[in-house]
Design a protein around this ligand. Structure first.
Ligand code: CDP
Ligand code: CDP
Length: 205
């Protein structure tokens, strides 16, 4: 099975790493955060309404992944709220499992890939970095995209999201027992890729 599971908190660099790994090994890539962002975005004006979120998750449409606003912090916050609802996660499970079972193999990144979506993956990474480093990265990213951003607000957003994602009872964010912990606080994207590669290569033929 050629599957690489990449989990970790927001702005740890897991998406960048997952994309590079997919390219290197010729695997398909799924950013599973986008699924939760898409559902959160659909119900953003009624975010406290769990029934509406469950209904939206059951009606999930792959075309929703093209909505440009999904990459913004508002969609991230909405995603982190609706992703705590067990029936929302349940509704999005099969799509992710099918993706990880495709014959040519895949890289999936998210919060629960190594623990829930694809526990049988032969290579699992849990990418972390200090919350201050992650806030700095996200802040710079937003500025580069000319989206107004205040470091202190980005930091607060990440602290709230980390707490929600790791404390929820349904598939909380946590490292699988057999995952490599990769702390990228002091690493640039190339160094993180090299460290990941030396762990993954012997596990993915
Ligand atoms: O890119 P970033 O790390 O900021 O966020 P993301 O990966 O797009 O995820 C947005 C939110 O979706 C997270 O804060 C989680 O609450 C949720 N999520 C999840 O619960 N499970 C996943 N496999 C992926 C994301
Ligand atoms: O997917 P996730 O939210 O975990 O993070 P990302 O969007 O892949 O990365 C956030 C930012 O950190 C990007 O601008 C990367 O260029 C940068 N970065 C990285 O990905 N890896 C490092 N080791 C250092 C910085």
């Amino acid at each position: 099975m050629r599957v690489i599971a990449v989990d970790g908190p927001a702005a740890s660099g897991k998406g960048t790493l997952a994309r590079r790994l997919a390219q290197h090994f010729g695997l398909a890539h799924l950013d599973t955060g986008l699924l939760y962002r898409a559902v959160g975005w659909q119900v953003r004006d009624d975010i406290g309404n769990s029934a509406a979120a469950v209904q939206a998750a059951r009606a999930f449409d792959i075309d929703w992944l093209r909505i440009p606003e999904l990459r913004g912090e508002a969609a991230g916050q909405a995603a982190s709220k609706i992703s705590a609802i067990p029936q929302v996660r349940e509704a999005l499970l099969e799509f992710q499992r099918s993706f990880c079972r495709q014959p040519l193999g895949a890289v999936l990144d998210g919060r629960d890939i190594g623990t829930v979506i694809c526990p049988e993956a032969p290579a699992k990474l849990f990418v972390t970095a200090s919350v201050e480093v992650r806030a700095g990265r996200r802040h710079r990213e937003l500025q580069a995209r000319e989206i107004p951003s205040i470091y202190a607000e980005v930091l607060q957003d990440l602290i709230e999201r980390d707490a929600r994602d790791s404390q929820r009872t349904a598939a909380p964010m946590k490292a699988a027992d057999d995952a490599l912990l990769l702390d990228t606080s002091g690493l640039d994207a190339d160094q993180a890729f090299d460290a990941a590669l030396s762990y993954i290569s012997p596990r993915i033929s």
